[in-house]
Design a protein around this ligand. Structure first.
Ligand SMILES: [Ca+2]
Length: 204
């Protein structure tokens, strides 16, 4: 019994460590390993995301007049939300200018490359100054798009990344999934009281 008692906290501790490790940043797609992401908005590359920061590493830009557009799609599972999109160190743009990222609901980007943005949930022109910052709120505020605020809930999404300047530039983009926050204690209390009131109703 002594052994069991002393092991229990350690087992709980190691389980917590495992959960923490699962939430660490992980590379989920690297173009240098798995090849260029799809260049078609109608058939984006599917990328599986897990809890924590999911890092997609690729490159975009214009070479010989051809723009390497990258399209990917992913699913946010029930109980989770997309809480951040963060350009990480290693992200650059042609001459430090602006590159583009957009997101559309569903498994395709149907928005034409020349716009308008009305079918996008949002978009943002990212620059090296965005490195390390969550740009999801800026994407949600993209002009002319459907728009959103806060995190994006369970569902399918398609992302479009492009740099139209001449040259090839890398990007390292982290897509963070986090659990949908638990209801606040006040909300739980109200729900509990409502349940009590319902139970006290006379049976007819
Ligand atoms: Ca690419």
């Amino acid at each position: 019994m002594k052994i069991a008692r002393s092991l229990a906290p350690r087992l709980i501790g190691s389980a917590c460590l495992c959960l923490a490790a699962a939430a660490q940043a992980a590379t989920v797609y690297d173009e240098s390993v798995s090849g260029d992401l799809s260049g078609s908005g109608l058939s984006p590359t599917f990328v599986a995301l897990a809890a924590g920061a999911n890092v997609v590493t690729g490159s975009t830009g214009r070479v010989s007049g051809v723009v390497d557009r990258d399209y990917l799609t992913f699913t946010v599972p029930v109980g989770m939300q997309l809480s951040a999109i963060t350009p990480l160190a290693g992200t650059s743009t042609v001459s430090g200018g602006l590159a583009f990222i957009g997101i559309e609901a569903g498994t395709q980007v149907t928005t034409p490359v020349a716009g308008p943005a009305t079918t996008l949930l949002g978009w943002h022109h990212y620059a090296p100054g965005d490195v390390g910052n969550n740009i999801l709120p800026l994407i949600g505020a993209g002009a002319g798009a459907i728009g959103f605020s806060g995190a994006l809930g369970a569902g399918n999404y398609a992302v479009w990344i492009q740099e139209t300047g001449v040259g090839t530039v890398p990007y390292v983009m982290a897509f963070t999934l986090s659990p949908v926050p638990e209801p606040t204690s006040a909300a739980l209390l109200l729900a509990g009281l409502a349940g009590l009131a319902w139970r006290r109703r006379p049976v007819r």
